[in-house]
Design a protein. Structure first.
Length: 152
C-alpha cells in the first residue's frame, strides 16, 4: 500500500474509483439513496477537476497495485486569519477499512501541512459516525465547534 499525491493526470485515471468511493461514503455516512449519493458524487467529481487543475484542492490516494483503495481531499482556507488545511472528504473502500489506511492518509496530510507551514487541520464529522470520531480523537483532533440544526 502506498500513499501518494494525485496530480491532475492521475486524477483522470482514478476518476471512476473516486466517484465510487464518494458514492459509498455518502450512502453509508448520511443514509442517502444510491441515486442521490451518485448524483452528489458526480457533481463533486466535476468540481474536483477544476480544483485539482488550479491547485486549490489536494488529493492523497491510498493505492495497492495502482488500485484506488481510499483518498483524502483537502484544501487551504482561512479561519480567523489563520491558514488551515480543511479535510473536505476522506473515503475508503469498505474492503480496506480497519487496516490503518485512514491513519496513513491523515499522517500524509499532517506531513504536507508542516511542509506548507500550516499548523492546524480541521474537518467536519457527522455525529452518527462513531468510527470517524474515534479515528480523529485517536489522531489528536479535538472538538473546536459544533454544527447544529433544528428541523421544522
Amino acid at each position: 500500500m502506498i500513499i501518494k499525491r494525485i496530480e491532475y493526470e492521475n486524477f483522470v485515471a482514478h476518476e471512476d474509483g473516486i466517484l465510487s468511493l464518494l458514492t459509498e461514503t455518502y450512502m453509508m455516512n448520511f443514509n442517502l439513496s444510491h441515486e442521490l449519493s451518485t448524483n452528489m458524487s458526480e457533481e463533486k467529481v466535476k468540481q474536483l477537476h477544476g480544483y485539482i487543475k488550479d491547485g486549490s484542492a489536494i488529493i492523497f490516494a491510498a493505492l495497492e497495485d495502482e488500485k484506488l483503495c481510499g483518498f483524502v481531499w483537502i484544501y487551504i482556507h482561512d479561519f480567523f486569519c489563520e491558514k488551515r488545511f480543511h479535510i473536505n472528504q476522506i473515503a475508503l473502500d469498505s474492503k480496506y477499512r480497519g487496516k490503518g489506511i485512514a491513519k496513513k492518509l491523515m499522517k500524509k496530510v499532517e506531513e504536507h501541512a508542516l511542509i506548507d507551514g500550516i499548523k492546524t487541520i480541521d474537518l467536519f464529522v457527522s455525529e452518527v459516525n462513531a468510527i470517524a470520531h474515534s479515528l480523529y480523537e485517536g489522531l489528536g483532533f479535538e472538538t473546536e465547534r459544533r454544527y447544529m440544526k433544528k428541523k421544522l
